[in-house]
Design a protein around this ligand. Sequence first.
Ligand SMILES: *[C@@H]1O[C@H](CO)[C@@H](O)[C@H](O)[C@H]1NC(C)=O
Ligand SMILES: *[C@@H]1O[C@H](CO)[C@@H](O)[C@H](O)[C@H]1NC(C)=O
Ligand SMILES: *[C@@H]1O[C@H](CO)[C@@H](O)[C@H](O)[C@H]1NC(C)=O
Ligand SMILES: *[C@@H]1O[C@H](CO)[C@@H](O)[C@H](O)[C@H]1NC(C)=O
Ligand SMILES: *[C@@H]1O[C@H](CO)[C@@H](O)[C@H](O)[C@H]1NC(C)=O
Ligand SMILES: *[C@@H]1O[C@H](CO)[C@@H](O)[C@H](O)[C@H]1NC(C)=O
Ligand SMILES: *[C@@H]1O[C@H](CO)[C@@H](O)[C@H](O)[C@H]1NC(C)=O
Ligand SMILES: *[C@@H]1O[C@H](CO)[C@@H](O)[C@H](O)[C@H]1NC(C)=O
Ligand SMILES: *[C@@H]1O[C@H](CO)[C@@H](O)[C@H](O)[C@H]1NC(C)=O
Ligand SMILES: *[C@@H]1O[C@H](CO)[C@@H](O)[C@H](O)[C@H]1NC(C)=O
Length: 333
Amino acid sequence: MKNSTFTTSIISLLIVLSLPSPSLSASKPCNKNDEKVLFQIKKSLGNPYLLASWQTTLDCCKWYCLKCNKTTGRVIELTIFSGNISGQIPPEVGDLPYLQTLEFRKLTNLTGQIPSSITKLTQLTMLRLSWTNLSGPVPSFISQLTNLNFLDLSFNNLTGTIPPELAKLTKLNGLHLDRNKLTGVIPESFGTFTGSVPDLYLSHNQLTGTVPKSLGYLNFTVIDFSRNQLTGDLSMFFGPNKTIQIVDFSRNNFQFNLSDVKLPASLTSLDLNQNSIFGGLPAELTGLSLQYLNVSYNRLCGAIPQGGNLQDFDNTSYFHNRCLCGSPLAACT
Ligand SMILES: *[C@@H]1O[C@H](CO)[C@@H](O)[C@H](O)[C@H]1NC(C)=O
Ligand SMILES: *[C@@H]1O[C@H](CO)[C@@H](O)[C@H](O)[C@H]1NC(C)=O
Ligand SMILES: *[C@@H]1O[C@H](CO)[C@@H](O)[C@H](O)[C@H]1NC(C)=O
Ligand SMILES: *[C@@H]1O[C@H](CO)[C@@H](O)[C@H](O)[C@H]1NC(C)=O
Ligand SMILES: *[C@@H]1O[C@H](CO)[C@@H](O)[C@H](O)[C@H]1NC(C)=O
Ligand SMILES: *[C@@H]1O[C@H](CO)[C@@H](O)[C@H](O)[C@H]1NC(C)=O
Ligand SMILES: *[C@@H]1O[C@H](CO)[C@@H](O)[C@H](O)[C@H]1NC(C)=O
Ligand SMILES: *[C@@H]1O[C@H](CO)[C@@H](O)[C@H](O)[C@H]1NC(C)=O
Ligand SMILES: *[C@@H]1O[C@H](CO)[C@@H](O)[C@H](O)[C@H]1NC(C)=O
Ligand SMILES: *[C@@H]1O[C@H](CO)[C@@H](O)[C@H](O)[C@H]1NC(C)=O
């Protein structure tokens, strides 16, 4: 009796599951409003080949470059990557209200500015507009996207200064503004991120001025300021209580005495090459588990501390300084 009830249940369950009823099928069909917006986006982009699967004959949740929430049928990801697409980012992307990820990447012919309509995307956690030819500013209105945990605007043609308002993004884990044409200073507000402290990638721009001391109040993990025209001191990033792991300050105009800087045990990669850093190499370097070190092309002097893995690095990690000596460079005299 028990067994047959069980069998009956299984059979009816199988029948129910095999019915083409939308309410019981595994995923809800694509929302009609979202579909309409997607057709506008396709048209705005000039019906590119990359979006050939965007046809009424196919449920839009199954289209290329898209992901829906299976329960609601709302579009949650739009990732347009590496296609022959010309024109601008269609402002209609702002009309996909449940979007969590928006990505336009490796689209050489994508031009114009970042549209303000994206401020309507209040659920956005990831915004990646990278390897395109976007120009204009890094808009301060991005700071209205308070759920962002990843912002990548790298490899574009963006100009102007870095908006201080970005420090209001309390969930940000990564900020990539590298490889643009940004000018001006690193905002003082970047020492006031509350909540997560983002990995900061600002390299390959035209940033000037001193790095604000306020950045030393936070525990950063990764910082890349390389290839700018930044000046001044960096010692606030270091200290025995810091947790910084990877730093690249190379190819700037930093100028400070390295002798008394206390490098934290967390440090695994230190690139200071091509600056005007003076003094000597701190003895604690021998106690670190460094995977990468480059202090070349500075004004350092004195003996390279012997021990740890300091002698495992190539002599190019140390060469072109005022008077560094000892293995792997020539012996001190
Ligand atoms: C899908 O939507 C449902 C209902 O709003 C929500 O509970 C769920 O977390 C969403 N799933 C994803 C992956 O966003
Ligand atoms: C970009 O546009 C130019 C000129 O229309 C075209 O020749 C080229 O193939 C396009 N490249 C890509 C990757 O879209
Ligand atoms: C991109 O599209 C344009 C115009 O549709 C075409 O002339 C060009 O050859 C395409 N480029 C590539 C790399 O497919
Ligand atoms: C921007 O456009 C120029 C010229 O059309 C091209 O050489 C360059 O590769 C493009 N940049 C990117 C990041 O695609
Ligand atoms: C980059 O932007 C500048 C200034 O807006 C413009 O003059 C230049 O043509 C742009 N370069 C490319 C490759 O789009
Ligand atoms: C940084 O992290 C260390 C180790 O967790 C902690 O002792 C220190 O107080 C933190 N400093 C700041 C400014 O949060
Ligand atoms: C580092 O942390 C220790 C213990 O929490 C504290 O006594 C010391 O003052 C801190 N040093 C600095 C430079 O913040
Ligand atoms: C760097 O600091 C050390 C230790 O305080 C000091 O002995 C040295 O003279 C300083 N070097 C220069 C070039 O100022
Ligand atoms: C260190 O940097 C210099 C200057 O950029 C470079 O020539 C050298 O190859 C680098 N060494 C290593 C080990 O990366
Ligand atoms: C670095 O090492 C190479 C070979 O290992 C040697 O030829 C070169 O002279 C050295 N350069 C310096 C500055 O010590």
